[in-house]
Design a protein around this ligand. Structure first.
Ligand SMILES: NC(=O)c1ccc[n+]([C@@H]2O[C@H](COP(=O)([O-])OP(=O)(O)OC[C@H]3O[C@@H](n4cnc5c(N)ncnc54)[C@H](OP(=O)(O)O)[C@@H]3O)[C@@H](O)[C@H]2O)c1
Length: 247
C-alpha cells in the first residue's frame, strides 16, 4: 500500500483509477452493453448504513471528492429507489470539475417523489427505469423508461442495461444501495468495484445481501487488487470475475 504525501494522494488515486477504468473498458468493447462499476462506502464490518431507511455519512471529505471524480468518469450514475427515499441524493460532481453523469433510478413501482432533488434538478433530467405499465404515466419532472420485470417483480437488469446502451450510455457507476448492488452482482453484470472502507463499526445494513451462492468455488473474486489510503479511509479497487456457472 502506498504512503504518498497527503496533498498529492487524491490526484494520484484519481489518475490510477482512471487509467485502470480505461484499460478495463478497452477489454470490454465486444460486450455490447455498458461497463458497470460498483462504487460505494462501507464500514469495516461491511455496513452501508445503520438501517435501510436512513442515510449515514461514512466517507471522509477526501474520499467524497474521489467519489465525485469517479462519477465524472462514467456516462451514467445509477441508484435504487430505496436510496432516493433514504438519502435524496443529487448524484452530481459538485465537489470536483467534470461532467455530471446521467442520473438513473431503478424504480419498478414508480415511487419516485416529485419533490426529490433528482426530480427537481435544473441539470440533466433523471431517467427512471420502471415497469412497462408505468412508462406511459405523465411526469414532466423525470423521463420514464419502460422495462420488463423479472420473476421477483423488479426491473430486469439485463434488459435495463441494454436500454441504457441503446440510449448511448457506455459506462455506469452503480452507487447503491444494498439491494441494487447485490442484484448487479447476482446477475453477473458488475464488472469492477471501487470500495471506500471507513474506519468504523456500524453493525447495520450490509452492502451485499444474498447472492444465491453456496460454494466457495463460485464466489465472485476481485483481481488484480489495488489499494490506497485517503487519510483514514481505505480505497480498494479491482475487476470482478465470476465463475462460469455463476453467470
Ligand atoms: N454507503 C453508501 O455508499 C451508500 C450508497 C447508496 C445507498 N446507501 C444506503 O443504502 C440504503 C438503501 O438501500 P436499499 O437496499 O434499501 O435500496 P436500494 O438498493 O437503493 O433500492 C432498492 C429498490 O430498488 C428497486 N429495484 C428495481 N429494480 C431492481 C432490481 N433489479 N434489483 C434490485 N432492486 C431493484 C426495488 O424497488 P421496486 O421493486 O419498488 O422497484 C428495490 O426495493 C440507504 O440506507 C442508503 O443510505 C449507502
Amino acid at each position: 500500500m502506498g504512503t504518498l504525501p497527503f496533498a498529492a494522494m487524491p490526484m494520484i488515486i484519481c489518475e490510477q483509477i482512471e487509467q485502470w477504468l480505461q484499460d478495463h473498458r478497452r477489454c470490454m468493447q465486444v460486450a455490447q452493453r455498458p461497463q458497470v462499476t460498483l462504487c460505494y462506502a462501507q464500514s469495516w464490518d461491511g455496513s452501508l448504513a445503520l438501517s435501510p431507511n436512513e442515510s449515514l455519512a461514512l466517507s471522509n471529505p477526501q474520499s467524497m471528492r474521489l467519489t465525485h471524480r469517479l462519477r465524472s468518469m462514467h456516462d451514467g450514475i445509477l441508484v435504487g429507489i430505496g436510496t432516493v427515499l433514504a438519502d435524496d441524493p443529487q448524484l452530481t460532481v459538485r465537489e470536483c470539475s467534470g461532467q455530471n453523469p446521467q442520473p438513473i433510478v431503478l424504480d419498478s413501482q414508480l415511487r419516485m417523489p416529485s419533490a426529490s432533488r433528482l426530480s427537481q434538478s435544473q441539470g440533466r433530467q433523471c431517467w427512471v427505469l420502471t415497469r412497462q405499465e408505468h412508462a406511459s404515466t405523465i411526469r414532466d419532472d423525470i423521463k420514464l423508461i419502460g422495462v420488463a420485470v423479472g420473476e421477483d417483480g423488479s426491473v430486469d437488469l439485463t434488459l435495463a442495461v441494454q436500454e441504457l446502451w441503446q440510449r448511448g450510455i457506455r459506462s455506469i457507476m452503480v452507487e447503491g444501495g444494498a439491494q441494487v448492488i447485490s442484484a448487479f452482482v447476482r446477475a453477473g453484470l458488475a464488472d469492477a468495484i471501487v470500495l471506500t472502507i471507513a474506519p468504523a463499526l456500524v453493525g447495520g445494513y450490509k452492502a451485499i445481501g444474498d447472492l444465491g451462492i453456496h460454494s466457495s468455488a463460485r464466489l465472485p473474486r476481485i483481481a488484480p487488487l489495488h489499494t490506497q489510503r485517503l487519510e483514514d479511509d481505505l480505497i480498494m479497487w479491482g475487476n470482478l470475475h465470476y465463475s462460469i456457472e455463476a453467470q
